[in-house]
Design a protein around this ligand. Structure first.
Ligand SMILES: CC(C)(COP(=O)(O)OP(=O)(O)OC[C@H]1O[C@@H](n2cnc3c(N)ncnc32)[C@H](O)[C@@H]1OP(=O)(O)O)[C@@H](O)C(=O)NCCC(=O)NCCS
Length: 153
């Protein structure tokens, strides 16, 4: 298998100038449809919980999170461009987000994942997340979601 090589830019906070890259990743990697205004709204709600992973001046992965309460955070969107998967970018984004959460006094992180997203579920389990419940017809196509949760301390 050909190894993907890329110029390692690393992680930084989302900048509104990244919006087109992020929207492209949303449309090619996520099954739900998100509008620019929804993504901006997430950014405005908690800009410190929105990270991008860059290569050169291009965004190749991102994580958008929110604070549910003072003590609980949520991963709302996470995706890596298909060409750059399995290189550790998703892990780095999750670790950065959890680090930010711990620093902000957040005690746990919650997220939703499609019940048929086998790779996504495996990825989150490897990071220490457990399935806590199922949300019926959570997605717009009627698919169910697992709620996954991780205590940070
Ligand atoms: C889920 C997702 C974000 C993971 O992103 P990623 O950048 O590929 O994540 P990583 O590379 O950190 O980890 C993926 C796997 O590659 C493995 N991996 C990491 N670095 C590796 C390396 N250098 N060599 C080989 N494998 C590696 C990890 O162990 C992990 O395996 P696991 O899933 O069995 O635990 C990505 O698959 C994606 O965008 N999927 C579509 C959207 C999605 O499902 N989002 C999440 C649910 S909403």
């Amino acid at each position: 298998m050909a190894m993907t090589t890329f110029e390692y830019g690393g992680i930084r906070h989302f900048d509104p100038l990244d919006i087109d890259d992020v929207m492209e990743i949303c449309s090619t990697s996520l099954s739900e449809t998100y509008s620019k205004s929804v993504v901006y709204e997430i950014f405005l709600t908690w800009h410190e919980g929105f990270f991008v992973f860059t290569s050169g001046n291009k965004v190749i992965g991102f994580l958008a999170g929110s604070r549910k309460t003072i003590h609980d955070a949520r991963v709302l969107l996470l995706a890596t461009r298909e060409k750059y998967r399995n290189l550790g970018i998703g892990f780095e984004l999750m670790n950065k987000f959890e680090e930010k959460c711990r620093y902000s006094g957040i005690l746990s992180v919650r997220l939703e994942v499609r019940t048929d997203n086998v790779l996504g579920i495996k990825f989150y389990k490897r990071l220490g997340y457990s399935i806590t419940s199922t949300l019926q017809s959570y997605y717009s196509d009627g698919s169910d979601a697992y709620v996954m949760w991780k205590p940070l301390f």
